[in-house]
Design a binder for this molecule. Structure first.
Ligand SMILES: Cc1cc2nc3c(=O)[nH]c(=O)nc-3n(C[C@H](O)[C@H](O)[C@H](O)COP(=O)(O)OP(=O)(O)OC[C@H]3O[C@@H](n4cnc5c(N)ncnc54)[C@H](O)[C@@H]3O)c2cc1C
Length: 280
């Protein structure tokens, strides 16, 4: 599993299940409509999803593959609206039984750390996700569960409020399935909430999982929030995924993104990889 597959294939896929994640985000499960094999891919890779919107025939957008390549019978995509020209229509119109063209795989996000893990050169991963930026990390963690990887994974997951949390039902399962996973949920626009309310955010949470979840409210994630938790942060490998502002900040506003925060904190550039979802 070390070389990234670059051969792209087109598949006709049927929607067999739709799960609501938030008001603006759904996860779609696809299976091959023509009994073709789903193409091989690595965790972190993307596909193009084609769809006729009212604005453009045969339009497409890139989506990270949400489900692990070890689960061969289906492929899941998690699609969030950014109020643009594609996702709002897909979310409103796509239904179980519909068929779509899916083309991939594309990209090489997360292939480097996977290779390093296979070569026993890495034992700590730090994943920094904003909103739908969680998707490639979900894929990687499912892959880690299925293949028995034995590395520490820290997932720092940033959202505005608890209503924006994608995978609220899945996160406890990932924690349960991968004992070396730690999770910090950062809600930038929430103020203090009580503990019981807090755990309702990630509902159905067993007591023993609670100690692997931490929360941060009413401010943005800073480098020290990472360094104070991840003991060997210098030797860790960092993946950042989300919109451009989360990754690179906002120069006009004088705000650093995660990239600058890590570099200013002392993380080597070669240990950071990004997957940027859009310009906002
Ligand atoms: C490699 C790659 C993988 C992606 N994987 C996913 C995924 O797994 N799930 C998912 O929901 N989206 C993903 N996206 C974004 C996706 O392609 C769509 O842009 C998104 O669903 C929004 O669609 P839209 O029609 O609302 O907006 P669009 O018409 O696509 O874009 C409208 C505006 O929003 C910006 N934008 C798009 N996405 C984001 C974002 N996440 N944060 C900030 N600004 C954004 C665009 O740059 C543009 O300015 C990915 C993008 C890339 C490049």
């Amino acid at each position: 599993m070390s070389e990234v597959s670059l051969k792209t294939t087109r598949l006709v896929m049927s929607v067999v299940d739709i799960r609501e994640e938030t008001d603006e985000c759904k996860t779609y499960r696809f299976v091959s409509a023509l009994n073709q094999e789903i193409f091989p891919y690595k965790p972190g890779q993307d596909v193009k999803l084609y769809f006729d919107t009212p604005l453009k025939k045969n339009d497409f957008r890139l989506y990270s593959i949400a489900s692990s390549p070890t689960r061969r019978e289906y492929m899941e995509l998690t699609i969030k609206s950014e109020h643009g020209q594609f996702a709002p229509y897909f979310l409103a119109q796509a239904k179980v039984g519909d068929q779509y063209v899916v083309e991939g795989p594309y990209g090489r996000f997360l292939s480097k750390p996977l290779k390093m893990i296979e070569e026993k050169k890495l034992d700590t991963l730090v994943f920094l996700a904003a909103s739908s930026g969680i998707v490639p990390f979900r894929c990687f963690i499912e892959y880690a569960i299925d293949t028995g990887l034995d590395v520490d994974i820290w997932l720092f997951y940033v959202n505005r409020t608890r209503l924006d949390l994608i995978y609220r039902r899945l996160l406890p399962k990932l924690l349960e399935g991968y004992p070396k996973l730690r999770l910090l949920l950062n809600f930038t626009r929430e103020h203090e909430i009580s503990k019981p309310e807090l755990y309702e955010v990630v509902y159905d949470l067993k007591d023993e999982l609670k100690e692997r979840i931490d929360f941060l409210f009413a401010r943005r994630l800073e480098f020290n929030d990472i360094a104070s938790r991840v003991e060997n942060w210098k030797e860790a490998w960092y993946g950042i995924c989300g919109g451009a502002r989360f990754i690179a900040g906002d120069r006009q506003m004088g705000q650093d993104g995660m990239m600058q925060k890590l570099e200013k904190g002392g993380v080597e550039r070669s240990r950071i990889e990004i997957d940027s979802y859009g310009t906002k």
